[in-house]
Design a protein around this ligand. Structure first.
Ligand code: ASP
Ligand code: MG
Length: 409
């Protein structure tokens, strides 16, 4: 008998019929003897609808009142699901975030969980109830309703699992797990049976948006085994845990990509101490995140080229800032390219294996894909290429690293 926290996302509870199907599923788990805490999102589209209503009455909705409004989405689902469970003879109780003391800071619309008082939930579980909790919401010290940012129900589920020391946190969604890459780009993409927290963070932050990143961080920090699985199909999904020493690691677990990149270069800047700071200082001051940075050697010992990448939304502003600072330091020219993408190989197994990068570069060369920037970390090799090569690059790399095949045991 296990204690499981399950989370059902917006699509899974998107209609009364689907809520009833979720109720049946929950009862099937309960009948296997498990104790269950269920976290739900708002019905699909509901949070957007509420945001639309707020926009219709205010040009910049008051953040506190916006949270009061948005929290109603999840409050609707906990009530409906609990009714559906009761209708089936299953003891169930719904709670808002405030009722189970999900205490957060007071950063409205993007609050962080500080503490959960799990006693109330534990008492209900002891009384054989299924406990249904509203995701995405909490309460600050003064009793104001807060919300955790889009996708925040994942984090509610993980935080509850950590507080209750649950055996597993299961995230039910509209995909049946985490894939080696996006199946819309590579139809041969394969569902991973397991992936480490570190890999999942890279996959998620690079654009494989299956889980809220903060939820993965939280699960890693408190060592909560996290499983992503489909609400609509049977299956084991993907388990996200720490690296298992005994397990044969694949060199590469997956290929992540990010379409929202842009790069900028200042040509002919003086090769002197302090230049990188002079260029990036004003960019940082404008709250623009810089991803990759490259500075070339100066062939003449006097001037060099300085390149960095930013999110595509920050491209225009970065260009303006760079033109100003580069002009001031006598750079010869500023050029930019907003049509680039980043492709990354991710795998904890690459730590102990050489040659990943060279196979990657060889593969891209064979396809005639020019690499514009490169960066590496312990578990990742990333390249920046023209956006038109994204699909070709991802597919070729998927093939080279045989990601369509499971690692031999
Ligand atoms: N309902 C919220 C959203 O749409 C939270 C969630 O679904 O996780 O972002
Ligand atoms: Mg979600």
């Amino acid at each position: 008998m296990a204690l499981i926290v399950q989370k059902y996302g917006g699509t899974s509870v998107g209609s009364p019929e689907r809520i009833q199907a979720v109720a049946d599923k929950i009862i099937a788990y309960r009948d296997q003897g498990h104790r269950l805490v269920v976290v739900v999102s708002a019905m699909s589209g509901e949070t957007d609808r509420l945001l639309g209503l707020a926009d219709a009455v205010s040009a910049s909705p008051n953040p506190r009142e916006l949270d009061v409004l948005l929290a109603t989405g999840e409050q609707t689902t906990i009530a409906l699901l609990s009714m559906a469970l009761a209708e089936r003879g299953c003891l169930a109780r719904s709670y808002t975030g405030a009722q189970v003391h999900i205490l957060t800071d007071n950063a409205h619309n993007k609050a962080r969980i500080r503490e959960i008082d799990a006693d109330r939930v534990a008492a209900d579980l002891d009384a054989q109830h299924v406990v249904v909790v509203a995701g995405f919401q909490g309460v600050d010290e003064k009793g104001n309703i807060t919300t955790l940012g889009r996708g925040g129900s994942d984090t509610t589920a993980v935080a509850l699992a950590a507080a209750l020391k649950a055996d597993e946190c299961q995230i039910f969604t509209d995909v049946d797990g985490v894939y080696t890459t996006d199946p819309r780009v590579e139809p041969d993409a394969r569902r991973l049976e397991r992936i480490t927290f570190e890999e999942m963070l890279e996959m998620a932050s690079l654009g494989s948006k299956v889980l809220q990143i903060r939820a993965v961080e939280f699960a890693g920090k408190y060592n909560v085994p996290l499983r992503v699985l489909s609400s609509f199909e049977e299956g084991e999904g993907t388990l996200i845990t720490y690296e298992d020493e005994g397990m044969e690691q694949a060199l590469i677990s997956g290929i992540a990509f990010n379409r929202d990149e842009a790069k900028l270069t200042a040509l002919g800047v003086p090769d002197q101490p302090g230049i990188a700071h002079l260029i990036l200082g004003p960019i940082a001051a404008a709250n623009i995140e810089v991803d990759m940075i490259i500075q070339n050697v100066a062939p003449d010992g006097k001037t060099t080229d300085f390149t960095f990448s930013v999110h595509r939304n920050d491209y225009q502003r970065s260009l303006e800032i760079l033109q100003e600072v580069a002009g001031g330091m006598g750079a010869s020219e500023v050029v930019g390219d907003p049509k680039i993408v980043k492709i990354s190989l991710v795998g904890v197994g690459m730590r102990s294996h050489a040659g990943i990068a060279s196979s990657m570069f060889e593969t891209l060369a064979k396809e005639g894909i020019n690499i514009k920037m490169i960066s590496t970390s312990e578990i990742k090799v990333s390249v920046v290429v023209d956006e038109k090569y994204l699909e070709l690059g991802v597919r070729a790399l998927h093939e080279t690293f045989q990601l369509d095949q499971a690692t031999p045991a």
